[in-house]
Design a protein around this ligand. Structure first.
Ligand code: GLY
Length: 584
C-alpha cells in the first residue's frame, strides 16, 4: 500500500519505517485494534468487549447487538446480515450468512393482486413484509464458534443500553419522520419509537425494556431464546394477529449458513467479499476484472469515469439476470468472476460513447438503510459486517411484548419477475419468492489484502452499496487511505434505469458535459448517500487506521491496550500521522 500525495518528508519517514522494521509485523502483533461503526455507542460497546479480553468476533457480537438497540432504523434482532470473518491464527476466512428467509407460507405471487398487479406497500410495511430474522442465530453462532467470551458477556452492553435508553439524534429524527405513518400503524413500535405519536425531540431517551428482556433470553439460551419458547410464541402471535404468515416452524427452522466468500484480484490487491445470496462480491470482482484491462491512472478523468460507469452497468446487468439464493438456483459465480467473462464484457465497452442499457432485468428495489461495521483486533482477526432490516425502521411492525422491530426484507425479492415494479425496475426470475429462500442482497462486507496492508470496509446504501465499495477499492488502489475512501464523492450506475446518479460534487461541470457528450444521462442527487466504515492495517508502516463516513454519525476508533478503552481518533489524524483526504 502506498499513500500517494504524502509529502516527501513523510515518504522518507515511511521508507525508513519499512527499513527499520525490516520485516512486516506478524499477524499476532498489530500495534492497535480498530473499530469503525455507524454509532458511537456501538463502537464503545465493541471496545469494551475487547478490553475484557474479547477478540474481534466477540466485539462483532457486541457491536451487532448494540447497533440493533441504538440504530433501530438500520438493523436489529428482527433483521439479518452478512459477517465476513478472518481468523488470524490460521488465515481461515468465511462468510456467516444470517440473511432472512421467506416464511414457508410465502409464495411467488404473494405481493400481486388478483389482476397480477404489484401491491407495493405489502412488501414494505407491516408483518407480511418480514422475512424470518437471522441476526439472533448469527450472534450465537459467531460467539460460540469464533469468540473467546461467553455470549452473555458480549451482549451485556446492548442489554444495558436497551434498559437505560439512548438519546435521540438528528439522524434518528430524520428516519422516524420518514417512517412516521408506518410506525403509527404498530402500537408496540409507536410506543417505543415515538413520543406520544410524534417524532421525539433530540435528546429524548428511547428505552426498550422488552428488547432488553429478549436480548437477555438470547444471552441465557442462545438462539433458542429467540427462535423457541416465549419470545418465539409472542413473535408468531403478534405477526399472525396483524395479518402476517409466520409460523413457529419457520422460527425453529432458521439456521445461519457458512459460505465461502467470493474472491478475486485487482492489480496487487486480493479482494474478499460477500458471496450469494449477496450480489456484492460477484459484482465487485466482475467490475474490477473489467477495469483491470484499462490503464485507469493514465487516462483523462472523463474516460476514467466513463469506464467505471460502463463496468458498473455490465456487472449490474449480470446481477439482475443471474443472482439469487444459491441454495435455490444455480449461481454461476466462477464464470461471472472469471477472466474470460470480463474479457467479453470489456469488448462491449466503447471508449467513444455510452452503451445504451437494453430492457433486461435489473435489481429489485432495496432500502437505503442498513448498517456496516469494520473491526480488526491486535491479533489480526477481522470482521466486516453489513446488517439490515431494509427500509428505515424495517417493516415498522413490532409484535407486542418482544421489543423486536421486524424487517421488510421480503421487498428485496422480485415481486413480479420480469415486469417493472413500482420503481420502474424489473427483477430477475432468479430472485423470485419461494418458501425458505433468501432474498438477493447488495450488502458487500469486504477485505482488501496486499503485501502492504489489509483493509476492512463496507457501507449501507441498497443497490448503491456495491458501487460505493468499488469506488473505495479504486481509491485504495490509487494509494489513498481510509479517510479518503469513506469521504470521497460518489457516483453510481445500475444498468437500469440507464442513468448515472451522482452526489453533489462528484462530477464537476466539464466532466458532466464530457460524459453527456459520450451519451450518458446524468441524474444529480440532491443529497449524499452511504455510510462507509473502514479500518486499515498498514502493515509496512506499522500503523492501524480507522475512518467513519462523514455523511453519518459514526465513530472510528483506534485502540491501544495501554490507552484504555476510550481513545477516539480525531478525523484526519490517525496514530499521530495526518492523512490526506482526496475526492474521486
Ligand atoms: N436490504 C438491503 C440489501 O440487502 O441489499
Amino acid at each position: 500500500m502506498r499513500f500517494t500525495r504524502l509529502g516527501t518528508g513523510r515518504m522518507l519517514l515511511a521508507c525508513l519505517l519499512v527499513v527499520c522494521s525490516a520485516v512486516p509485523r506478524a499477524d499476532t502483533a498489530l500495534p492497535a485494534a480498530a473499530i469503525a461503526t455507524a454509532h458511537p455507542l456501538a463502537t464503545d460497546a465493541g471496545v469494551s468487549v475487547l478490553s475484557q479480553g474479547g477478540n474481534a468476533f466477540d466485539a462483532a457480537v457486541a457491536v451487532t447487538a448494540t447497533l440493533g438497540v441504538v440504530e433501530p432504523y438500520s438493523s436489529g434482532l428482527g433483521g439479518g446480515g452478512f459477517w465476513l470473518l478472518h481468523r488470524a491464527s490460521d488465515g481461515y476466512q468465511i462468510m456467516v450468512d444470517g440473511r432472512e428467509t421467506a416464511p414457508q407460507a410465502a409464495h411467488r405471487d404473494m405481493y400481486l393482486s388478483k389482476a397480477g398487479v404489484v401491491l407495493p406497500r405489502q412488501s414494505v410495511d407491516g408483518p407480511l413484509s418480514a422475512g424470518i430474522p437471522g441476526v439472533p442465530a448469527a450472534l450465537e453462532h459467531i460467539a460460540r464458534r469464533y469468540g473467546r467470551l461467553p455470549l452473555a458477556k458480549s451482549l451485556q452492553p446492548a442489554i444495558e443500553l436497551a434498559r437505560r435508553g439512548f438519546a435521540v439524534t438528528p439522524e434518528y429524527r430524520r428516519m422516524a419522520g420518514f417512517r412516521l405513518s408506518a410506525l403509527e400503524q404498530s402500537p408496540a413500535a409507536a410506543a417505543v419509537f415515538l413520543d406520544q405519536g410524534t417524532v421525539p425531540d433530540d435528546g429524548y431517551l428511547i428505552r426498550q425494556p422488552d428488547l432488553g428482556r429478549t436480548l437477555e433470553a438470547i444471552a441465557g439460551h442462545g438462539g433458542d431464546g429467540f427462535y423457541r419458547g416465549p419470545v418465539a410464541a409472542a413473535l408468531v402471535q403478534g405477526v399472525r394477529q396483524a395479518g402476517g404468515i409466520w409460523t413457529a416452524e419457520d422460527l425453529h427452522r432458521y439456521t445461519v449458513v457458512e459460505r465461502q466468500p467470493v474472491s478475486g484480484s485487482f492489480r496487487d490487491l486480493r479482494i474478499v467479499s460477500a458471496s450469494p445470496p449477496s450480489s456484492g462480491g460477484v459484482a465487485l470482482v466482475t467490475m474490477l476484472n473489467v477495469l483491470a484491462g484499462f490503464d485507469l491512472a493514465g487516462v483523462e478523468p472523463v474516460t476514467r469515469t466513463h469506464l467505471i460507469v460502463e463496468a458498473m452497468r455490465l456487472a449490474y446487468r449480470d446481477r439482475a439476470e443471474h443472482l439469487g439464493d444459491p441454495d435455490f438456483i444455480p449461481v454461476p459465480t466462477e464464470r461471472l468472476t472469471g477472466q474470460q467473462h470480463a474479457d467479453g464484457l470489456r469488448r462491449e465497452i466503447r471508449l467513444d460513447r455510452a452503451t445504451a442499457s437494453a430492457a433486461l432485468p435489473v435489481p429489485g428495489p432495496e432500502g437505503a438503510d442498513t448498517s456496516h461495521f469494520s473491526i480488526i483486533d491486535r491479533h489480526g482477526n477481522r470482521v466486516a459486517a453489513t446488517l439490515s432490516i431494509n427500509y428505515p425502521f424495517g417493516s415498522a411492525f413490532m409484535p407486542a411484548g418482544t421489543g423486536v422491530l421486524l424487517n421488510d426484507e421480503m421487498d428485496d425479492f422480485s415481486a413480479k419477475p420480469g415486469a417493472p415494479n413500482v420503481y420502474g425496475l424489473v427483477g430477475g426470475d432468479a430472485n423470485a419468492i419461494a418458501p425458505g429462500k433468501r432474498p438477493l442482497s447488495s450488502m458487500s462486507p469486504t477485505f482488501v489484502e496486499s503485501q502492504g496492508g489489509v483493509a476492512v470496509l463496507g457501507t449501507p446504501g441498497g443497490s448503491r452499496i456495491i458501487s460505493m465499495v468499488l469506488l473505495g477499492i479504486l481509491d485504495l488502489s490509487a494509494g489513498r487511505g481510509p479517510d479518503s475512501w469513506v469521504a470521497l464523492p460518489r457516483f453510481h450506475h445500475q444498468y437500469l434505469p440507464d442513468v448515472v446518479q451522482h452526489e453533489p460534487g462528484a462530477l464537476d461541470e466539464p466532466l458532466r458535459a464530457a460524459l453527456q457528450q459520450l451519451g450518458h444521462r446524468l441524474h444529480a442527487l440532491s443529497g449524499r448517500y452511504g455510510n462507509m466504515q473502514a479500518v486499515y492495517w498498514d502493515r509496512l508502516g506499522g500503523q492501524v487506521l480507522a475512518a467513519s463516513d462523514p455523511r453519518g454519525q459514526g465513530k472510528a476508533l483506534v485502540w491501544r491496550v495501554d490507552e484504555g478503552p476510550q481513545a477516539p481518533v480525531p478525523r484526519q489524524k490517525r496514530d499521530g500521522k495526518a492523512m490526506e483526504s482526496h475526492g474521486q
